[in-house]
Write a protein that binds this ligand. Structure first.
Ligand code: BYC
Length: 476
Protein backbone atom coordinates (compact mmCIF):
# COMPACT_ATOMS: atom_id res chain seq x y z
CA UNK A 1 0.00 0.00 0.00
CA UNK A 2 1.32 3.42 -0.82
CA UNK A 3 3.37 4.21 2.26
CA UNK A 4 2.01 1.57 4.67
CA UNK A 5 4.51 0.59 7.27
CA UNK A 6 3.56 -2.53 9.20
CA UNK A 7 6.34 -1.86 11.70
CA UNK A 8 4.38 1.18 12.90
CA UNK A 9 2.30 0.69 16.02
CA UNK A 10 -0.75 1.74 14.01
CA UNK A 11 -0.40 0.61 10.38
CA UNK A 12 -1.63 3.40 8.13
CA UNK A 13 -1.35 5.08 4.77
CA UNK A 14 -2.17 8.56 6.02
CA UNK A 15 1.33 9.63 7.14
CA UNK A 16 0.40 9.44 10.80
CA UNK A 17 4.05 9.68 11.75
CA UNK A 18 4.13 13.29 10.48
CA UNK A 19 1.32 14.41 12.79
CA UNK A 20 2.63 13.82 16.30
CA UNK A 21 -0.50 15.10 18.06
CA UNK A 22 -2.84 12.90 16.12
CA UNK A 23 -0.50 9.94 16.45
CA UNK A 24 -0.35 10.40 20.22
CA UNK A 25 -4.12 10.69 20.50
CA UNK A 26 -4.68 7.50 18.50
CA UNK A 27 -1.96 5.69 20.43
CA UNK A 28 -3.86 6.57 23.58
CA UNK A 29 -7.09 5.27 22.10
CA UNK A 30 -5.49 2.03 20.91
CA UNK A 31 -5.17 0.30 24.33
CA UNK A 32 -8.76 1.27 25.11
CA UNK A 33 -9.83 -0.35 21.85
CA UNK A 34 -7.88 -3.50 22.76
CA UNK A 35 -9.47 -3.59 26.21
CA UNK A 36 -12.88 -3.31 24.56
CA UNK A 37 -11.95 -6.05 22.06
CA UNK A 38 -10.88 -8.39 24.85
CA UNK A 39 -13.99 -7.66 26.89
CA UNK A 40 -16.57 -7.55 24.10
CA UNK A 41 -14.93 -9.29 21.11
CA UNK A 42 -15.22 -13.01 20.21
CA UNK A 43 -15.51 -14.91 23.44
CA UNK A 44 -13.19 -17.84 24.05
CA UNK A 45 -10.92 -17.63 21.00
CA UNK A 46 -8.58 -14.73 21.69
CA UNK A 47 -5.55 -17.01 22.06
CA UNK A 48 -6.21 -19.15 18.98
CA UNK A 49 -4.53 -18.68 15.63
CA UNK A 50 -6.99 -17.82 12.88
CA UNK A 51 -6.35 -17.87 9.14
CA UNK A 52 -7.15 -14.22 8.46
CA UNK A 53 -6.88 -11.80 5.60
CA UNK A 54 -5.16 -8.52 6.41
CA UNK A 55 -5.11 -5.41 4.25
CA UNK A 56 -1.64 -4.65 2.95
CA UNK A 57 -2.54 -2.51 -0.03
CA UNK A 58 -5.52 -0.46 -1.09
CA UNK A 59 -4.93 -1.33 -4.73
CA UNK A 60 -7.61 -3.33 -6.42
CA UNK A 61 -5.13 -6.11 -7.20
CA UNK A 62 -3.30 -6.77 -4.03
CA UNK A 63 -4.82 -5.58 -0.83
CA UNK A 64 -5.14 -8.89 0.95
CA UNK A 65 -2.57 -11.06 2.64
CA UNK A 66 -3.59 -14.33 4.29
CA UNK A 67 -1.91 -15.86 7.31
CA UNK A 68 -2.43 -17.13 10.87
CA UNK A 69 -2.98 -14.39 13.43
CA UNK A 70 -4.26 -14.34 16.99
CA UNK A 71 -7.12 -11.86 16.88
CA UNK A 72 -5.77 -9.41 19.49
CA UNK A 73 -2.61 -9.22 17.33
CA UNK A 74 -4.55 -8.36 14.17
CA UNK A 75 -3.02 -5.28 12.52
CA UNK A 76 -5.99 -2.93 12.75
CA UNK A 77 -5.00 0.13 10.84
CA UNK A 78 -6.09 3.21 8.97
CA UNK A 79 -6.39 2.73 5.24
CA UNK A 80 -7.85 5.26 2.87
CA UNK A 81 -8.33 4.52 -0.83
CA UNK A 82 -5.93 6.43 -3.05
CA UNK A 83 -7.01 10.03 -3.67
CA UNK A 84 -8.66 10.80 -6.98
CA UNK A 85 -6.90 13.65 -8.75
CA UNK A 86 -9.02 16.82 -8.84
CA UNK A 87 -12.03 15.16 -7.27
CA UNK A 88 -15.11 17.38 -7.41
CA UNK A 89 -18.30 17.37 -5.35
CA UNK A 90 -20.91 15.56 -7.44
CA UNK A 91 -24.20 16.84 -5.95
CA UNK A 92 -25.97 19.45 -3.87
CA UNK A 93 -25.25 23.15 -3.42
CA UNK A 94 -21.50 22.69 -3.92
CA UNK A 95 -21.79 20.70 -7.13
CA UNK A 96 -18.63 20.99 -9.21
CA UNK A 97 -16.50 22.56 -6.45
CA UNK A 98 -13.29 20.79 -5.37
CA UNK A 99 -13.87 18.11 -2.68
CA UNK A 100 -12.94 19.34 0.81
CA UNK A 101 -9.70 18.08 2.41
CA UNK A 102 -11.00 19.40 5.78
CA UNK A 103 -14.39 19.67 7.49
CA UNK A 104 -16.21 22.91 6.60
CA UNK A 105 -16.98 24.61 9.91
CA UNK A 106 -20.68 25.05 9.19
CA UNK A 107 -21.17 21.30 8.57
CA UNK A 108 -19.23 20.05 11.54
CA UNK A 109 -22.19 18.95 13.62
CA UNK A 110 -24.02 17.13 10.84
CA UNK A 111 -20.89 15.36 9.65
CA UNK A 112 -19.94 14.31 13.14
CA UNK A 113 -23.39 12.83 13.65
CA UNK A 114 -23.15 10.83 10.43
CA UNK A 115 -19.68 9.53 11.25
CA UNK A 116 -20.60 8.63 14.82
CA UNK A 117 -23.75 6.81 13.65
CA UNK A 118 -21.75 4.85 11.10
CA UNK A 119 -18.94 4.16 13.60
CA UNK A 120 -21.35 2.97 16.30
CA UNK A 121 -22.62 0.09 14.18
CA UNK A 122 -19.18 -1.49 13.83
CA UNK A 123 -18.39 -2.39 17.46
CA UNK A 124 -22.10 -3.08 17.96
CA UNK A 125 -22.04 -5.94 15.48
CA UNK A 126 -18.94 -7.46 17.12
CA UNK A 127 -20.75 -7.34 20.45
CA UNK A 128 -23.85 -8.94 18.96
CA UNK A 129 -21.81 -11.83 17.57
CA UNK A 130 -19.44 -12.43 20.44
CA UNK A 131 -20.88 -15.74 21.66
CA UNK A 132 -21.23 -17.43 18.29
CA UNK A 133 -17.77 -19.01 18.15
CA UNK A 134 -18.78 -21.62 20.72
CA UNK A 135 -21.42 -23.09 18.40
CA UNK A 136 -19.78 -22.84 14.99
CA UNK A 137 -21.04 -25.21 12.26
CA UNK A 138 -17.46 -25.69 10.96
CA UNK A 139 -13.96 -24.30 11.21
CA UNK A 140 -14.52 -22.67 7.82
CA UNK A 141 -17.52 -20.74 9.20
CA UNK A 142 -15.72 -19.96 12.45
CA UNK A 143 -12.93 -18.36 10.50
CA UNK A 144 -15.39 -16.33 8.42
CA UNK A 145 -17.08 -15.07 11.59
CA UNK A 146 -13.74 -13.90 12.96
CA UNK A 147 -12.78 -12.32 9.64
CA UNK A 148 -16.01 -10.33 9.72
CA UNK A 149 -15.39 -9.37 13.36
CA UNK A 150 -11.83 -8.09 12.88
CA UNK A 151 -12.92 -6.12 9.83
CA UNK A 152 -15.76 -4.51 11.76
CA UNK A 153 -13.08 -3.59 14.30
CA UNK A 154 -11.10 -2.01 11.47
CA UNK A 155 -14.16 -0.10 10.31
CA UNK A 156 -14.40 1.32 13.81
CA UNK A 157 -10.78 2.43 13.44
CA UNK A 158 -11.70 4.09 10.15
CA UNK A 159 -14.38 6.25 11.78
CA UNK A 160 -12.30 6.92 14.89
CA UNK A 161 -9.48 8.18 12.70
CA UNK A 162 -11.86 10.71 11.11
CA UNK A 163 -13.16 11.81 14.51
CA UNK A 164 -9.66 12.29 15.92
CA UNK A 165 -8.18 13.88 12.82
CA UNK A 166 -10.96 16.33 11.95
CA UNK A 167 -13.17 16.99 14.97
CA UNK A 168 -10.81 18.04 17.77
CA UNK A 169 -11.86 17.47 21.35
CA UNK A 170 -15.48 16.66 20.43
CA UNK A 171 -14.19 13.96 18.10
CA UNK A 172 -11.98 12.45 20.79
CA UNK A 173 -14.91 12.33 23.19
CA UNK A 174 -17.10 10.68 20.57
CA UNK A 175 -14.35 8.13 19.87
CA UNK A 176 -14.29 7.21 23.55
CA UNK A 177 -18.07 6.98 23.67
CA UNK A 178 -17.99 4.48 20.80
CA UNK A 179 -16.22 2.10 23.17
CA UNK A 180 -18.62 2.77 26.01
CA UNK A 181 -22.03 2.09 24.49
CA UNK A 182 -23.02 -1.57 24.41
CA UNK A 183 -25.36 -3.44 22.10
CA UNK A 184 -28.66 -4.17 23.83
CA UNK A 185 -27.68 -2.34 27.02
CA UNK A 186 -30.66 -0.72 28.67
CA UNK A 187 -28.76 2.34 29.90
CA UNK A 188 -26.22 2.88 27.12
CA UNK A 189 -27.52 1.17 24.00
CA UNK A 190 -26.07 1.41 20.50
CA UNK A 191 -27.62 4.18 18.40
CA UNK A 192 -29.63 2.33 15.75
CA UNK A 193 -32.33 -0.23 16.46
CA UNK A 194 -31.00 -3.27 14.58
CA UNK A 195 -27.74 -3.06 16.47
CA UNK A 196 -29.43 -3.68 19.78
CA UNK A 197 -31.09 -6.89 18.65
CA UNK A 198 -29.61 -10.23 19.63
CA UNK A 199 -27.68 -12.49 17.26
CA UNK A 200 -28.05 -15.66 19.31
CA UNK A 201 -27.46 -18.32 16.66
CA UNK A 202 -25.82 -18.86 13.28
CA UNK A 203 -29.06 -18.60 11.33
CA UNK A 204 -29.43 -15.09 12.75
CA UNK A 205 -25.77 -14.37 12.00
CA UNK A 206 -26.07 -15.29 8.32
CA UNK A 207 -29.33 -13.31 8.04
CA UNK A 208 -27.64 -10.34 9.72
CA UNK A 209 -24.72 -10.49 7.27
CA UNK A 210 -27.10 -10.69 4.33
CA UNK A 211 -29.60 -8.02 5.38
CA UNK A 212 -27.93 -5.72 7.88
CA UNK A 213 -24.46 -5.64 6.37
CA UNK A 214 -26.18 -4.79 3.10
CA UNK A 215 -27.50 -1.61 4.71
CA UNK A 216 -23.82 -0.95 5.39
CA UNK A 217 -23.10 -1.31 1.70
CA UNK A 218 -25.71 1.29 0.75
CA UNK A 219 -24.87 3.73 3.53
CA UNK A 220 -21.15 3.52 2.81
CA UNK A 221 -21.78 3.92 -0.91
CA UNK A 222 -23.73 7.14 -0.17
CA UNK A 223 -21.03 8.43 2.17
CA UNK A 224 -18.40 7.54 -0.40
CA UNK A 225 -19.94 10.31 -2.53
CA UNK A 226 -19.32 12.81 0.28
CA UNK A 227 -17.73 16.18 -0.40
CA UNK A 228 -15.47 15.51 2.60
CA UNK A 229 -12.68 13.73 0.78
CA UNK A 230 -11.18 11.74 3.68
CA UNK A 231 -14.66 10.34 4.45
CA UNK A 232 -15.16 9.42 0.83
CA UNK A 233 -11.78 7.68 0.61
CA UNK A 234 -12.22 5.70 3.80
CA UNK A 235 -15.70 4.52 2.73
CA UNK A 236 -14.37 3.49 -0.65
CA UNK A 237 -11.92 1.13 0.98
CA UNK A 238 -14.43 -0.11 3.60
CA UNK A 239 -16.75 -1.18 0.81
CA UNK A 240 -14.22 -3.74 -0.42
CA UNK A 241 -14.33 -5.37 3.02
CA UNK A 242 -18.11 -5.08 3.31
CA UNK A 243 -18.49 -7.20 0.18
CA UNK A 244 -17.03 -10.18 1.99
CA UNK A 245 -19.53 -9.85 4.84
CA UNK A 246 -22.47 -9.96 2.45
CA UNK A 247 -20.90 -12.95 0.72
CA UNK A 248 -20.77 -14.74 4.09
CA UNK A 249 -24.45 -13.95 4.61
CA UNK A 250 -25.69 -14.91 1.18
CA UNK A 251 -23.69 -18.13 1.04
CA UNK A 252 -24.55 -19.01 4.64
CA UNK A 253 -28.32 -18.70 4.11
CA UNK A 254 -27.97 -20.34 0.69
CA UNK A 255 -26.18 -23.35 2.19
CA UNK A 256 -28.89 -23.76 4.84
CA UNK A 257 -31.59 -23.59 2.15
CA UNK A 258 -29.70 -26.18 0.13
CA UNK A 259 -29.38 -28.53 3.08
CA UNK A 260 -33.06 -28.15 3.96
CA UNK A 261 -34.03 -28.98 0.37
CA UNK A 262 -31.75 -32.03 0.36
CA UNK A 263 -33.38 -33.26 3.58
CA UNK A 264 -36.87 -32.64 2.18
CA UNK A 265 -36.06 -34.71 -0.88
CA UNK A 266 -34.28 -37.43 0.98
CA UNK A 267 -37.06 -37.94 3.52
CA UNK A 268 -39.95 -36.98 1.22
CA UNK A 269 -41.22 -34.65 3.90
CA UNK A 270 -41.53 -30.92 4.62
CA UNK A 271 -40.85 -31.61 8.26
CA UNK A 272 -37.08 -31.34 8.11
CA UNK A 273 -36.83 -30.40 11.76
CA UNK A 274 -37.24 -34.09 12.56
CA UNK A 275 -34.15 -34.72 10.46
CA UNK A 276 -31.99 -32.00 11.96
CA UNK A 277 -32.59 -29.32 9.34
CA UNK A 278 -34.18 -25.88 9.42
CA UNK A 279 -37.56 -25.86 7.67
CA UNK A 280 -38.33 -23.24 5.03
CA UNK A 281 -41.21 -21.59 6.98
CA UNK A 282 -38.74 -20.92 9.79
CA UNK A 283 -36.29 -19.47 7.26
CA UNK A 284 -39.09 -17.22 5.99
CA UNK A 285 -39.83 -15.94 9.50
CA UNK A 286 -36.14 -15.12 10.05
CA UNK A 287 -36.06 -13.33 6.69
CA UNK A 288 -39.13 -11.31 7.72
CA UNK A 289 -37.46 -10.25 10.95
CA UNK A 290 -33.99 -9.36 9.70
CA UNK A 291 -35.26 -7.63 6.59
CA UNK A 292 -37.73 -5.45 8.48
CA UNK A 293 -35.29 -4.30 11.17
CA UNK A 294 -32.76 -3.57 8.42
CA UNK A 295 -35.30 -1.50 6.45
CA UNK A 296 -35.64 0.68 9.54
CA UNK A 297 -31.95 1.56 9.28
CA UNK A 298 -32.66 3.80 6.30
CA UNK A 299 -34.68 6.25 8.44
CA UNK A 300 -38.04 7.86 7.65
CA UNK A 301 -39.48 7.87 4.13
CA UNK A 302 -39.61 11.64 4.18
CA UNK A 303 -36.65 13.18 5.95
CA UNK A 304 -35.33 16.71 6.15
CA UNK A 305 -32.11 15.32 7.68
CA UNK A 306 -31.51 13.39 4.47
CA UNK A 307 -32.40 16.42 2.32
CA UNK A 308 -29.98 18.62 4.26
CA UNK A 309 -27.14 16.11 4.12
CA UNK A 310 -27.55 15.96 0.34
CA UNK A 311 -27.87 19.69 -0.23
CA UNK A 312 -24.83 20.32 1.94
CA UNK A 313 -22.82 17.83 -0.14
CA UNK A 314 -22.23 15.43 2.77
CA UNK A 315 -24.13 12.28 1.74
CA UNK A 316 -25.06 11.47 -1.85
CA UNK A 317 -27.19 8.84 -3.53
CA UNK A 318 -26.13 5.31 -4.41
CA UNK A 319 -23.94 5.66 -7.52
CA UNK A 320 -24.53 9.40 -7.60
CA UNK A 321 -22.10 10.08 -10.43
CA UNK A 322 -23.82 7.54 -12.70
CA UNK A 323 -27.20 9.27 -12.42
CA UNK A 324 -28.29 11.40 -15.34
CA UNK A 325 -30.04 14.34 -13.67
CA UNK A 326 -29.04 17.72 -12.31
CA UNK A 327 -27.68 16.27 -9.00
CA UNK A 328 -29.39 19.10 -7.13
CA UNK A 329 -32.96 17.78 -7.19
CA UNK A 330 -34.47 21.15 -6.30
CA UNK A 331 -37.51 20.63 -8.55
CA UNK A 332 -37.57 16.82 -8.86
CA UNK A 333 -40.08 14.49 -7.23
CA UNK A 334 -39.85 10.83 -6.22
CA UNK A 335 -42.65 8.32 -5.54
CA UNK A 336 -42.84 7.26 -1.91
CA UNK A 337 -45.05 4.53 -0.47
CA UNK A 338 -46.36 5.51 2.95
CA UNK A 339 -49.19 4.98 5.32
CA UNK A 340 -51.91 7.56 4.74
CA UNK A 341 -54.57 7.32 7.39
CA UNK A 342 -55.58 3.69 7.38
CA UNK A 343 -54.36 2.80 3.90
CA UNK A 344 -51.10 2.45 2.03
CA UNK A 345 -50.59 4.94 -0.79
CA UNK A 346 -47.84 5.94 -3.18
CA UNK A 347 -47.45 9.63 -3.87
CA UNK A 348 -44.83 11.91 -5.36
CA UNK A 349 -42.91 14.00 -2.86
CA UNK A 350 -39.97 16.40 -3.30
CA UNK A 351 -37.05 14.15 -4.29
CA UNK A 352 -34.75 15.83 -1.78
CA UNK A 353 -36.84 14.72 1.16
CA UNK A 354 -37.27 11.23 -0.30
CA UNK A 355 -33.59 10.28 -0.35
CA UNK A 356 -33.85 7.73 2.45
CA UNK A 357 -36.66 5.99 0.59
CA UNK A 358 -34.77 6.05 -2.65
CA UNK A 359 -31.78 4.37 -1.00
CA UNK A 360 -34.15 1.87 0.60
CA UNK A 361 -35.52 1.11 -2.89
CA UNK A 362 -31.99 0.38 -4.15
CA UNK A 363 -31.46 -1.86 -1.14
CA UNK A 364 -34.75 -3.73 -1.62
CA UNK A 365 -33.90 -4.52 -5.25
CA UNK A 366 -30.52 -5.86 -4.14
CA UNK A 367 -32.10 -8.04 -1.41
CA UNK A 368 -34.55 -9.42 -3.97
CA UNK A 369 -31.65 -10.63 -6.14
CA UNK A 370 -30.38 -12.72 -3.22
CA UNK A 371 -33.87 -14.13 -2.53
CA UNK A 372 -34.13 -15.06 -6.23
CA UNK A 373 -30.87 -17.01 -6.01
CA UNK A 374 -32.09 -18.95 -2.93
CA UNK A 375 -35.37 -19.65 -4.74
CA UNK A 376 -33.45 -21.07 -7.69
CA UNK A 377 -31.86 -23.59 -5.32
CA UNK A 378 -35.30 -24.57 -4.02
CA UNK A 379 -36.61 -24.93 -7.56
CA UNK A 380 -33.64 -27.03 -8.63
CA UNK A 381 -34.69 -29.52 -5.97
CA UNK A 382 -38.17 -29.66 -7.49
CA UNK A 383 -39.75 -28.07 -4.43
CA UNK A 384 -42.73 -25.79 -4.86
CA UNK A 385 -41.97 -23.13 -2.25
CA UNK A 386 -40.84 -19.54 -2.71
CA UNK A 387 -39.12 -17.38 -0.15
CA UNK A 388 -40.33 -13.78 -0.24
CA UNK A 389 -39.45 -10.36 1.00
CA UNK A 390 -42.38 -9.12 3.08
CA UNK A 391 -44.00 -5.78 2.27
CA UNK A 392 -41.82 -2.80 3.17
CA UNK A 393 -44.31 -1.74 5.82
CA UNK A 394 -44.24 -5.05 7.68
CA UNK A 395 -42.92 -4.95 11.28
CA UNK A 396 -41.46 -1.47 11.01
CA UNK A 397 -40.55 0.76 13.92
CA UNK A 398 -39.21 3.80 12.03
CA UNK A 399 -41.10 5.98 9.55
CA UNK A 400 -44.79 6.12 8.70
CA UNK A 401 -45.35 2.36 8.92
CA UNK A 402 -44.07 2.40 12.49
CA UNK A 403 -47.51 3.65 13.49
CA UNK A 404 -49.51 0.74 12.07
CA UNK A 405 -49.64 -3.02 11.69
CA UNK A 406 -48.97 -4.24 8.18
CA UNK A 407 -49.16 -7.88 7.08
CA UNK A 408 -46.32 -9.41 5.02
CA UNK A 409 -48.54 -9.15 1.93
CA UNK A 410 -49.04 -5.45 2.50
CA UNK A 411 -52.46 -5.04 4.13
CA UNK A 412 -53.13 -2.63 6.97
CA UNK A 413 -54.45 -4.93 9.68
CA UNK A 414 -55.92 -4.63 13.13
CA UNK A 415 -53.99 -5.19 16.33
CA UNK A 416 -56.16 -8.28 16.87
CA UNK A 417 -55.15 -9.83 13.53
CA UNK A 418 -51.53 -8.97 14.21
CA UNK A 419 -51.67 -10.67 17.60
CA UNK A 420 -53.38 -13.71 16.13
CA UNK A 421 -50.93 -14.14 13.28
CA UNK A 422 -47.57 -12.78 14.35
CA UNK A 423 -46.38 -16.30 15.17
CA UNK A 424 -46.80 -17.19 11.49
CA UNK A 425 -44.77 -14.19 10.44
CA UNK A 426 -41.97 -13.63 12.92
CA UNK A 427 -39.63 -16.06 14.69
CA UNK A 428 -41.32 -17.47 17.79
CA UNK A 429 -39.59 -18.38 21.04
CA UNK A 430 -40.11 -22.02 19.99
CA UNK A 431 -38.30 -21.35 16.68
CA UNK A 432 -35.40 -19.81 18.56
CA UNK A 433 -35.34 -22.77 20.95
CA UNK A 434 -35.36 -25.24 18.09
CA UNK A 435 -32.58 -23.42 16.22
CA UNK A 436 -30.62 -23.33 19.49
CA UNK A 437 -30.80 -27.13 19.73
CA UNK A 438 -28.97 -27.35 16.39
CA UNK A 439 -26.16 -25.09 17.52
CA UNK A 440 -23.63 -27.70 18.49
CA UNK A 441 -20.04 -27.02 17.48
CA UNK A 442 -18.50 -28.89 14.56
CA UNK A 443 -14.79 -28.25 14.96
CA UNK A 444 -12.99 -31.14 13.28
CA UNK A 445 -11.36 -29.87 10.04
CA UNK A 446 -13.67 -30.66 7.12
CA UNK A 447 -16.74 -31.44 9.24
CA UNK A 448 -19.96 -29.44 8.78
CA UNK A 449 -23.01 -29.39 11.05
CA UNK A 450 -25.98 -31.36 9.73
CA UNK A 451 -28.21 -28.30 9.13
CA UNK A 452 -25.93 -26.57 6.62
CA UNK A 453 -24.37 -27.72 3.35
CA UNK A 454 -20.60 -27.30 2.88
CA UNK A 455 -19.59 -24.35 0.70
CA UNK A 456 -18.50 -24.86 -2.90
CA UNK A 457 -14.89 -23.99 -2.12
CA UNK A 458 -12.55 -23.12 0.71
CA UNK A 459 -10.74 -19.89 1.46
CA UNK A 460 -7.92 -18.55 -0.69
CA UNK A 461 -7.77 -21.77 -2.74
CA UNK A 462 -7.38 -24.01 0.34
CA UNK A 463 -9.40 -27.22 0.75
CA UNK A 464 -12.53 -27.39 2.91
CA UNK A 465 -10.76 -29.55 5.49
CA UNK A 466 -8.05 -26.99 6.09
CA UNK A 467 -7.54 -26.07 9.76
CA UNK A 468 -8.84 -22.53 9.37
CA UNK A 469 -8.76 -21.96 13.12
CA UNK A 470 -6.15 -23.73 15.25
CA UNK A 471 -7.98 -24.84 18.33
CA UNK A 472 -5.07 -26.59 20.00
CA UNK A 473 -4.20 -23.67 22.31
CA UNK A 474 -7.49 -22.66 23.81
CA UNK A 475 -7.98 -19.72 26.08
CA UNK A 476 -8.51 -20.34 29.78
N1 BYC B 1 -32.92 3.31 14.87
O1 BYC B 1 -34.86 11.75 9.43
P1 BYC B 1 -34.71 10.37 9.97
C1 BYC B 1 -23.26 -0.81 8.82
C2 BYC B 1 -33.29 8.36 14.07
S1 BYC B 1 -24.88 -0.33 8.78
C3 BYC B 1 -32.85 4.33 15.74
O2 BYC B 1 -35.83 9.46 9.84
P2 BYC B 1 -32.12 10.26 8.88
C4 BYC B 1 -22.99 -2.13 9.40
C5 BYC B 1 -32.28 9.28 13.41
O3 BYC B 1 -30.97 9.01 13.88
C6 BYC B 1 -24.84 1.35 8.17
N2 BYC B 1 -32.95 5.63 15.40
O4 BYC B 1 -33.47 9.65 9.40
C7 BYC B 1 -23.83 -3.20 9.17
C8 BYC B 1 -32.80 10.62 13.79
O5 BYC B 1 -32.39 10.90 15.12
P3 BYC B 1 -31.94 12.39 15.55
C9 BYC B 1 -24.72 2.40 9.26
C10 BYC B 1 -33.15 5.91 14.09
O6 BYC B 1 -31.45 11.03 9.94
C11 BYC B 1 -23.55 -4.43 9.77
C12 BYC B 1 -34.31 10.43 13.81
O7 BYC B 1 -34.53 9.02 13.93
N3 BYC B 1 -24.48 3.69 8.69
O8 BYC B 1 -22.41 -0.12 8.42
O9 BYC B 1 -32.35 10.87 7.57
C13 BYC B 1 -22.44 -4.58 10.57
C14 BYC B 1 -34.99 10.96 12.56
O10 BYC B 1 -34.26 10.46 11.47
C15 BYC B 1 -33.22 4.90 13.12
C16 BYC B 1 -25.35 4.71 8.69
O11 BYC B 1 -26.43 4.63 9.24
C17 BYC B 1 -33.11 3.55 13.56
N4 BYC B 1 -33.19 2.52 12.70
O12 BYC B 1 -31.35 8.90 8.57
C18 BYC B 1 -21.62 -3.50 10.82
C19 BYC B 1 -24.92 5.96 7.98
N5 BYC B 1 -33.43 5.48 11.93
O13 BYC B 1 -30.70 12.70 14.77
C20 BYC B 1 -21.86 -2.28 10.21
C21 BYC B 1 -25.00 7.19 8.81
C22 BYC B 1 -33.48 6.80 12.14
O14 BYC B 1 -33.11 13.24 15.20
N6 BYC B 1 -26.35 7.47 9.28
N7 BYC B 1 -33.31 7.06 13.44
O15 BYC B 1 -31.68 12.24 17.03
C23 BYC B 1 -27.29 8.09 8.52
O16 BYC B 1 -27.08 8.41 7.38
C24 BYC B 1 -28.58 8.44 9.19
O17 BYC B 1 -28.32 8.71 10.52
C25 BYC B 1 -29.67 7.34 9.09
C26 BYC B 1 -31.01 7.97 9.52
C27 BYC B 1 -29.75 6.80 7.68
C28 BYC B 1 -29.41 6.20 10.06
Amino acid sequence: MAGVDYLERIPNNVNLRDDRRLLRALEEWQPRFLDWWKEMGPEGFQANEVYLRTAISVDRDGWAQFGYVKMPDYRWGIFLAEPEADRRIAFGDHLGKPAWPEVPGEYRGVLRRLIVTQGDTEPASVEQQRHLGRTCPSLYDLRNLFQVNVEEGRHLWAMVYLLHAYFGRDGREEADALLQRRSGDHDKPRILGAFNERTPDWLSFFMFCFFTDRDGKYQLASLQESGLDPLSRTCRFMLTEEAHHMFVGEMGVGRIVQKSCELMRQHRSDDVRRHGGIDLPTMQRYINFHYSVSLDLFGSEVSTNAANAFTMGLKGRFEETKKADDHRLADATYPVTCLEGDRIATRDVPALTALNERLRDDYIADCQRGIDRWNRTIKEHGIDVELRLPHRGFHRAIGSFGEARISPDGRVITEAEWDARRREWLPTPEDAQFVATLMRPAVEPGRFAGWIAPPARGINGLPLDHEYVRLTRKEG
